[in-house]
Design a protein around this ligand. Structure first.
Ligand SMILES: C[S@@+](CC[C@H](N)C(=O)[O-])C[C@H]1O[C@@H](n2cnc3c(N)ncnc32)[C@H](O)[C@@H]1O
Length: 215
């Protein structure tokens, strides 16, 4: 579920690693500091890690390099093939944020970069409730994705894309489900998490949601 944008990735997979280097001016700001953002997410991962929307495995690679076990979930066939080529040792499964094979051990960290915005608000809510039940006590979600700081920031970003003639970017911003910060905070807090977020570039925020210890 939440796979409505999968066709984009069927086409994009083979050139995705080039896109993240910022060669396309329309997406340069989105991917500004991409490697540093992924490193920060990887640094915050502990214990058994589950990753959603693995893509070509760029974040996964950094977590595996720390010696942590990663269970990877990715719905796109070409993306999974590329990740498997790069990381043959990875436990990688076909699935998405809402439907995936259940791990047979407690998960300590759930990670994802540049992927959560593919879900509608209702789907995000379902996914966050699932994260809560998947995580061991004290576990956390560490995500980086495009989030608007508030309504004014959303309008300003869209206006700038329009003025610069960045039509692909603008279409993408209007088509997919990029949330405002308060919406994402509420989703996590209402599902029992303590939530913190930090801005990492014009588009991307890093957010950490800790599961409250159950009594
Ligand atoms: C922009 S790429 C990000 C890939 C990688 N995480 C990175 O940071 O480079 C988005 C990824 O999310 C995946 N995706 C799309 N819809 C998804 C869903 N509903 N659940 C999980 N992953 C999804 C896509 O197939 C794609 O691999």
């Amino acid at each position: 579920m939440g796979r409505e944008f999968l066709e984009v990735f069927e086409e994009w997979a083979s050139t995705y690693d080039e896109a993240v280097t910022g060669h396309d001016p329309q997406y340069r700001d989105v991917f500004e500091g991409y490697d540093t953002i992924l490193k920060e997410v990887a640094q915050l991962a502990e214990g058994t890690v589950m990753e959603f929307g693995v893509g070509t495995g760029n974040l996964t690679e950094k977590v595996l390099a720390k010696g942590l076990p990663v269970i990877g979930i990715e719905p796109s066939d070409p993306m999974r093939e590329l990740a498997k080529e790069k990381l043959p040792q990875l436990d990688l499964y076909e699935g998405d944020f809402l439907e995936f094979p259940l791990p047979n051990k407690p998960v300590n960290t759930i990670i994802s970069t540049y992927a959560f915005h593919h879900l509608t608000k209702a789907e995000k809510n379902k996914a966050v409730a699932k994260f809560y039940s998947l995580l061991a006590n004290g576990g956390r979600v560490v995500f980086a994705d495009t989030v608007y700081e508030n309504e004014q920031a959303e309008q300003q970003i869209k206006q700038e894309a329009h003025e610069l003639g960045y039509h692909d970017l603008l279409e993408d911003l209007n088509r997919e489900y990029y949330p405002q910060l308060e919406e994402i905070r509420e989703l996590f807090e209402q599902n029992g998490f303590h939530f913190e977020a930090k801005k990492r570039n014009k588009f991307v925020w890093l957010f950490v949601a800790e599961k409250f210890e159950e009594e």
